[in-house]
Design a protein around this ligand. Structure first.
Ligand code: C2E
Ligand code: MG
Ligand code: MG
Ligand code: MG
Length: 286
């Protein structure tokens, strides 16, 4: 009996082991493909920026767009930034990719301006990029090269950046001097202390989608959202809600004093040509 049990355990163990190995091999192979693919992606022009409109909730007007990176892998197809950005951060490629994102956003925006479309474009910036001493200098250069004025570029950083208070504060002041506005993305999901936040020269906080998802069904989340809006008012920051998917959310946000929003209700991130069409309709009404 004991032998039999041992045999079964071994057999099952072995099967489990094999299953485990196979599953891991797939994951590791994909990860390796992504890592190796990132090296060539820039040279092969596999990256593209899509743009998601930011909306004035009370009027429905577009007041800006957020640039979101898309990668078309030759073999794996379109890969989400949620999957490849962490790999790019671990391998350091994020520096080059981030630089491309900034330059591309400036280039595109200048092109829009040449056809009479004036809109602010915000780019997402990884903490690794932001912690580079020369970050503000790189932004200045990108603006200079593209001839874009600073008020038409914004950067979105996450709360995790705030942990390095001294460095962050220096860079934020440099950006302020340049005239580039800074948003704190995914606000409420990290743990930035309010006292730190209040001392930093930031311009806008973005309430994370997870709060917007739950604020109508969970009263604690509703309170949190209201608190964030009040806090932003007190600190004289603008506040924008991320991931709005229905009208009831808009109503709640307007009633509680949140002026701006973005989300699938208005538009998902879309390619530059489509963005241009929408901007033409909205910014130059016939
Ligand atoms: P994020 O900056 O917080 O961007 C918001 C994400 O939510 C985007 O996903 C957007 O497509 C999605 N979203 C917007 N509205 C809705 C909605 O109503 N419903 C749902 N379900 N989703 C919505 P995406 O484009 O996949 O980007 C994910 C994250 O990847 C971004 O979060 C950002 O952290 C990062 N990311 C994207 N582009 C870049 C980039 O150029 N550089 C860096 N460092 N990170 C980037
Ligand atoms: Mg963002
Ligand atoms: Mg966000
Ligand atoms: Mg988010």
């Amino acid at each position: 009996k004991a032998d039999n049990a041992m045999y079964l355990a071994k057999k099952r163990g072995k099967n489990n082991f094999q299953f485990y190995v196979y599953e891991n091999e797939d994951i590791m192979e994909r990860r390796l493909k992504i890592e190796q693919g990132l090296k060539a992606a820039l040279d092969n022009s596999e990256f593209e920026l899509h743009y998601q409109p930011k909306i004035v909730l009370t009027s429905g007007e577009i007041c800006g767009v957020e640039a979101l990176l898309r990668w078309r892998h030759p073999e794996l197809g379109v890969i989400s930034p949620l999957e490849f950005i962490p790999v790019a951060e671990e391998t350091g490629f994020i520096r080059k990719i981030g630089e491309w994102v900034i330059k591309e956003a400036c280039r595109q925006n200048k092109l829009w301006q040449k056809s009479g479309l004036y809109i602010k474009v915000a780019v997402n910036v990884s903490s690794i990029q932001f912690e580079d001493d020369l970050f503000a200098e790189r932004i200045r250069q990108a603006l200079m090269e593209s001839q874009l004025s600073p008020e038409y570029l914004g950067v979105e950083i996450t709360e995790s950046v705030m942990q390095n208070v001294e460095l962050t504060s220096v860079t934020l002041h440099e950006l302020k001097q340049l005239g580039v506005k800074v948003s704190v993305d995914d606000f409420g999901t990290g743990y930035s202390s309010l006292s730190v936040l209040s001392k930093m020269p930031i311009d806008l906080v973005k309430i994370d989608k997870s709060f917007i998802d739950e604020m109508l069904t969970d009263s604690n989340t509703a309170s949190l959202v209201k608190t964030m809006i009040t806090m932003a008012e007190d600190l004289e920051l603008d506040i924008i809600a991320e991931g709005i998917e229905n009208e009831q959310q808009v109503t709640f946000l307007i009633e509680n004093g949140c002026q701006f929003g973005q989300g699938y209700l208005y538009s998902p991130p879309i390619p530059s040509a489509e963005t241009e069409k929408i901007l033409k309709q909205q910014l130059m009404p016939v």
